[in-house]
Design a protein around this ligand. Structure first.
Ligand SMILES: Nc1ncnc2c1ncn2[C@@H]1O[C@H](COP(=O)(O)OP(=O)(O)OP(=O)(O)O)[C@@H](O)[C@H]1O
Ligand SMILES: [Mg+2]
Length: 264
């Protein structure tokens, strides 16, 4: 189990490292010389105004777009090597499930693709059925995506993301389309999964309360060009309860982050 305050023995291993990383789209600089170390096993929430480069940052780390300058490594490998070794997985705002495949067959898909290409991929010690149980979908293994709610579909997408045992999970507004109650529930589930699996999480959100509730740290980006505005430590222990949001300390973090956001 991870705790926010676990004492570090020796240097903390680094999941993702950026050194003066810059991303350009034609002449526009979306990310400007960002340097950052994400510790292995950490949970970072990422906040910032629309267009500041949150998705671009995740896409850079996940080898979907190249750095124009600087260096990005994931567990000491180039982003391409890390992608091929399935060191990370991506969860998007919309669960991109194959509609004709059952929940469990969607979870199996990355393994099947790997096998059909003759790749020797890492495989979670949890079976697809156990991963569905981990995300709270025991009993719905054979349901088709259209038979599931939006929150359930997103849980299938998370189970699928975990099937190749990634060490880093990149999540881009994964709960943005959910109603508030489902979102609260998914937040609790995600923290439980994080604690049970030890996976490092980078979680993009537009919601200040969600960022505080989940993260050990909130990475605040600023726009034009995208840079790190500040990294705020969230000093609440885990496991966290929803009632945490009603505390004075939580309100203080919200006020501080709102103020920071206004100056981004
Ligand atoms: N493929 C692309 N081509 C050109 N410009 C792009 C491309 N992708 C992103 N950008 C630009 O880079 C900047 C950062 O975009 P990005 O999608 O990373 O922002 P974001 O912080 O994720 O925003 P949002 O909160 O709205 O999702 C924006 O100005 C955007 O227009
Ligand atoms: Mg985005």
């Amino acid at each position: 189990m991870q705790t926010a305050s676990a004492p570090a023995a020796g240097p903390v291993p680094i999941a993702a490292s950026l050194r003066n990383a810059t991303v350009r789209f034609a002449t526009f600089t979306a990310i400007d010389k960002i340097s950052l170390d994400i510790e292995d096993g950490a949970f970072y929430s990422i906040l910032g105004p629309s267009g500041c480069g949150k998705s671009t940052l995740l896409r850079l780390i996940s080898d979907l777009i190249p750095a124009a300058e600087g260096e990005v490594t994931v567990f000491g490998k180039s982003t391409e090597e890390a992608r091929l070794a399935r060191e990370f997985a991506f969860v998007f705002q919309e669960a991109t499930l194959l509609p004709w495949r059952s929940a469990i067959d969607n979870v199996r898909l990355p393994l099947e693709i790997g096998r059909s290409r003759g790749l020797n991929l890492p495989v979670s010690e949890r079976s697809p059925a156990e991963l569905l149980e981990l995300v709270g979908l025991k009993g719905r293994e054979n349901a088709l995506p259209h038979e599931l709610s939006g929150g359930m579909r997103q849980r299938v997408a998370i189970a699928r993301a975990l099937v190749c045992k990634p060490k880093l999970l990149l999540m881009d507004e994964p709960f943005g389309a959910l109603d508030e109650m489902t979102r609260d529930h998914m937040n609790l589930e995600l923290l439980r999964i994080w604690q049970e699996t030890g996976v490092t999480i980078l979680f993009v959100t537009h919601s200040i309360p969600e960022a505080i509730f989940l993260g050990q740290k909130v990475l605040m980006l600023k726009a034009n060009p995208g840079r790190v505005r500040e990294i705020v430590d969230i000093d609440f222990p885990y496991p966290r309860e929803i009632a945490l949001r009603d505390t004075m300390e939580f309100t203080r973090y919200s006020a501080r982050l709102r103020q920071l956001l206004e100056t981004c």
